[in-house]
Design a binder for this molecule. Sequence first.
Ligand code: FE2
Length: 461
Amino acid sequence: MKTACEMSCTLLSIVLLLSCISLSNAGITSRYMRRLAASTDIPEDSPYFKVPEGFNAPQQVHITQGDYEGNAVIVSWVTTEEPGDSKVYYGKEPGSNYTDYVVGTAGTYSFYNYTSGFIHHSTISGLEFNTKYYYTLGAGQSPREFWFVTPPESELDTPYTFGVIGDLGQTFDSLSTLQHYMNSSGQSLLYVGDLSYADNYPFDNNVRWDTWGRFVEPSTAYQPWIWTAGNHELDYIPEVGETEPFKPFTHRYLTPYKATNSTSQLWYSIKRGPATIIVLSSYSAYGKYTPQYKWFLNALAAVDRSVTPWLIVLVHSPWYNSNTYHYMEGETMRVIFEPFIVQYKVDIVFAGHVHAYERTYPVSNVKYDIVNALCTPEKNETAPVYVVIGDGGNIEGLAGVYTQPQPAYSAFREASFGHGLFEIYNHTHAYFTWHRNQDGEKVAADSAIILNKYWYSATSA
Ligand SMILES: [Fe+2]
C-alpha cells in the first residue's frame, strides 16, 4: 500500500515524463558550464612551446591542402638562425631514401618591433590519393621527419572524418582541446578562425604567433588544418603603423585560393574526400558586387554533388547564435549569403567566434525583405545545420550568458570548451558529435545525425 507521499511522487514522475516527451523536439540549454573566468596562457618557456634541438632546426611545421582536388599539400615551417633551404624531401617510405623533393620560398615580415624568422612554404603536387607520405625538412642541418595521409579520391560514398576546432589560443584549456582532438579519429581539421590570440598582448606581440606554431605542431605537421581567418587574425594597429590587416596570418598560413580563382587567401574552396569545403572571410567585404560575393556564387555553382555529396561552409562569425556574446555580429553576412546556401543545399555551416557551443536544427530564414517583416527562422529539413564551436579554450574564457528563452531553432547550447567531429558515412548520412574537455574522447556531450540536404531532397521528392 503506497503512502500519499509515494503516490504524489509517482504522479509527479509521470507528469515529468509526459512533459519530457511532449517537449522532445525543444532545444536544450545545458547547465553544464565550466570555467567562466578567463583562462591563462601557457608561459613562453613551457615545454609545450619547446624549440626543436639543433642548428636552424625547422619549427612551427604545418600542412594544409595545396590544390582543389586533394593531390597537393602545402608544407610550411620556420627557421630562425639563417634561411637554410626551402626543400621538402618526400616519399612513401620513412628514412632518408627519398627520391623526390620540391623547393619552395622563404621570407620574413616585420610587425612593429618584431621581425619574424624565415617562413618557408613549399607545395608538393602530384600526390596519389589515400596514400601515406613521409617528408623531411632541414636536410643537411637539423633534419626533422613527419608524415601525412592524402585524402581518398572524391566519390559518392567515401567515408571521411573531419575534426572541427575554433578559437583555440594557447592556454591550458587550449592544450586540453588539442590533446583530446589528437586522440580522436579526425583525419583533417576544419579550423574556424582565431588562432594564436597574440593580439591579447601589447602591440600584438608576434612572439605569441611563434609559440602557437610550435604548440599545434604535433597535429598540424601530420594532418592538414583547413584555415579560416577570424578577427584575431586582423592584427590592425594603426597607432604604430600596422595598417595591413591579416599581415602575420597571411605570411604564415597559406591557402590554395588560386585553385578556385579566388583573389584572396581569405576565401577559397577545396574538395576533400566526399566533401567540398567553402571557406569565407567575415572580415572582408562580402556585399553584392564585391570579389568575395562574386567568387562565392561561382564556388557554389561549381560543386558537383554526385562527386562530393557533402557541402560544408566555414566562416568565423556565426549566422545563428543565441549567446549574448557577439550577438548579431554575423547578421549582415547571413542576410546576404543565406539565400544562396539554402538554394545550393549546403549541409552544415561551422563558425567560431563565440566561446561556447551551439547546434541548430536544420533551419532557414530567407523570406525577409525590407517591407514584408517575414524574419522568423523556420525549421526546414533541406536547409543547413549551423554549429558554433568557438570553444577551443583561448585566453578570453567562456561565453556563458545565453538569450532567454532558447530560440526554437536552437537544438543544444552549452558553454564548455571542446571540439567537434563530423563523420561522413556515405552520401546520405553523417554524424556530428561535440566533445567537451571534461569528458573522455569517446564521450559525446551532444550529437546529431546530419542528413545530406541535396540527397535528402532528391530521395524524398
Ligand atoms: Fe573571434
